[in-house]
Write a protein that binds this ligand. Structure first.
Ligand code: CTP
Ligand code: MG
Length: 176
């Protein structure tokens, strides 16, 4: 009973690592030129100060590198990332997070204000969406219903844990 659940959970995290890394790496790489260049739309920032070029590119490259490294160390039985997925998982994660900032600003949420579930799942939606479009076969083969359910349960918990730790050690401004 426990073993298959554990296996599903480990596979889910493994498959999502290239999408989990970018937003955490962005916190470290972030700074410098803002994507929206400080511009407003409808009286509010387009994206806000929290979305920078360095953070986005650094986050994407980190996720890509993680996918390639996981492929190198993958033993038998562990899924491999296609080249397409190695790109679309981190790229989609970064774009999903940027898209969520756009939505949050339109809804009047300031930079850094929490938005439960959107904050925890925006990058998952981006990573899945982009991967499903660009490497449909790989996506459907590996993201079974079980894995998808596991990701939806594990991700918010993992995201919250990592961000609370990031906040406590002083690299993140808010614990979400
Ligand atoms: N970051 C970045 N570029 C990105 C994403 C994140 O530079 N594309 C950096 C920023 O320094 C940001 C930090 O990582 O402040 C934390 O990211 P996040 O929580 O996503 O941004 P917030 O500052 O909370 O802004 P928002 O409310 O728009 O999500
Ligand atoms: Mg935030």
């Amino acid at each position: 009973m426990i073993q298959p659940i554990l296996e599903t959970a480990v596979t889910a995290v493994w498959l999502m690592l290239p999408a989990y890394i970018p937003n955490n790496a962005a916190v470290i790489f972030g700074g410098g030129r803002r994507i929206d260049a400080g511009k407003e739309w409808g009286g509010r920032r387009i994206l806000g100060d929290g979305k920078t070029w360095r953070g986005s590119v650094g986050g994407f490259v980190s996720g890509l590198v993680v996918a390639l490294v996981l492929n190198l160390v993958s033993a038998s039985g562990v899924p491999e990332f296609s080249i397409g997925a190695a790109v679309t998982l981190p790229l989609g994660a970064v774009l999903g997070d940027i898209g969520a900032s756009f939505v949050k600003r339109r809804l009047g949420r300031e930079r850094g204000e929490s938005f439960p579930l959107l904050d925890q799942l925006d990058f998952v939606a981006g990573a899945w969406g982009l991967t499903a479009v660009f490497d449909t076969d790989w996506f459907l083969r590996l993201f079974t219903a079980e894995i998808i359910i596991a990701v939806l349960i594990i991700t918010p918990l993992l995201h919250l844990t990592v961000n609370v730790v990031g906040y406590k050690i002083g690299v993140k401004n808010e614990p979400w």
